[in-house]
Design a protein around this ligand. Sequence first.
Ligand code: NAP
Length: 348
Amino acid sequence: MATEKVIIIGSGPAGWAAAIYTARAELAPLVLEGAITETNRMAGTLPLGQLNLTTEVENYPGFPAGDMAPYLDNALPGPVRALMPPHSHHGISGPELMELMRQQAKNFGTRVVTDDVVEVDFSRRPFTLRTLGKHTYSAEAVIVATGARANYLGLESEDAYKNRGVSACAVCDGALPRFRNRPLVVVGGGDSAVEEATYLSKFASRVHLVHRRDTLRASKIMAERLHANRKIKPEWNHQLTEVLGDDTGVNGVKLTSTVDGSTRQVEAAGVFLAIGHTPNTAFLGGQLELTEKNYIRWTVPFRTNTSVEGVFAAGDVADDYYRQAITAAGSGCQSALDAERWLSHCGH
Ligand code: NAP
């Protein structure tokens, strides 16, 4: 088994930025981008990360509103382009941005393997990585950029109706026929909840936004969008306590007041969770130091070093504070520079 100079685990903005920089530094990076499995689809951990599950990206610098279609035709290989949804003309979409980053990394020689890392051995160098596809890889340096995934409430009834009306990704599932012109529920009070509710309001007859407090966590501009949308009905001070349904799927929810404990039922054909994220760190098997919320701990101020020398972390897997595409890409770049300097310090 040949030892790679650097392996990057993960394929969101952090992973691709790390790949672009390490490829240009002639470190011949290998990206393990994740596997395409039903488990990953359900968990929201498919290749290309969370941005691949969003619609328009309005805040990534360099992509103002405009018709990107001819550029996408030009920049992406025909087969990739053919599989993408039609371009919206509003700027760039999350999936478009991710395919462009992936292609940019490949243009500089990055090799990409579509597989999940399920086990690591960071106890000695070179490091060893084992995958779902039963391959073993060896690397002098590793950049972990596996991001985070959406949380669920943890209700039995929620689990029972996953794929039959319960989802944590409006953009992936919202356009399904079962949700068209039907009432839907979104849970959460942050930017994601408002974004999902706004998106679903295009299909749904009504969207109930269930939030456990009476004040949104979402930014002001998103909150204004919510208040201007007459199809969205905020259900303040409520917690979703049961998903109701039958053999065909979800048909309602039980809401419990966080003020007086009273309950009521609301008709709904779908439930969309937007209640925050969990970092994808379980596969590390405790070999890197984590924070109390299980994010990888950056151990040197202003650097992407982890508790293991030669292992670096970038993006949402280590950042529970900024969690933006641009900050993830920025730390991906930092991790590549840190890895490059460390490898050169070690004589590689
Ligand atoms: P978030 O800001 O952490 O919000 C999570 C929401 O879920 C909060 O309102 C929280 O309620 C609620 N929540 C958490 N656990 C819950 C539970 N067990 N039961 C009921 N409610 C629960 O997460 P996010 O909305 O996913 O946003 C994450 C980051 O991405 C943020 O930095 C955000 O700005 C960014 N983002 C930006 C955009 C955009 O700009 N277009 C879009 C999406 C996300 P409390 O408020 O009571 O804690």
